[in-house]
Design a protein around this ligand. Sequence first.
Ligand code: ATP
Length: 250
Amino acid sequence: MSGLLRLDGLTAGYGGATALDGVSLTLVPGEAVALLGANGAGKTTLMKAILGLVPAAGRVAFDGTDLAGVPTERRVRLGLGYVPEGRRVFPGMSVRDNLEVASFAAAARRRDRMERVFALFPQLRVKAADTAWRLSGGQQQMLAIGRALMGEPRLLLLDEPSLGLSPKLAAEVFAAVRAIADSGTAVLVAEQSTARALAVAHRVALLRLGTLLHDGPAEALPPDALRAAFLGVPGGVPGGDPLADARPGG
Ligand code: ATP
């Protein structure tokens, strides 16, 4: 399978420091892939390299097109959606207007798109006329994701959408991630909460210090790899396994 997104030997850094070291990864339509890794593992840098927001060596191909030299706004037009960390919405605008201005499509299509966002996040429909700053953190995250969906992406890059959310709201956001993938949009979601990501992702890509340690089905994730990625202890952790609840079924 050729894949919707293909990364080959993606390498990026800041100054002399390497943040991403030869990462190869493929995503197909309808697939939710969890990008796991500790603080500083390179998750954000990977997303930025895909978008062309940081200089990178190696190859990024989207739907068969090599993106070398392609500016970010064109990548977005080709079908890349991005929700950076931190729920960026226009706080002074209504929920409806936040969604409205996120699309360049004709009015009928925009309405259709907004309807889909409201179907995915019923809370946003209820709050449609409210200004965004009145929303809870979870609702703002939903709105940020909704804004990205207004651009009708074929691949959605989500950077730590559960950050700072209550477990209940984070679960709602993750249920939406799975629903987005099930509707045909590929999703790459960076996450530090392993348990949550594993519960919804089809596949897991595990980063450690810029290197891909593991790429495969969530249920086949080797416990040692998870431990190594988060704790840097390849052989195990004395006194038990602090990540025991992080594996599928845990
Ligand atoms: P986090 O969960 O903290 O966002 P991450 O997995 O997304 O972590 P990155 O933000 O991609 O990791 O960072 C990867 C490495 O690159 C880290 O060592 C980080 O300190 C470094 N780094 C990231 N951004 C910059 C920058 N603008 N300038 C210098 N170094 C950076």
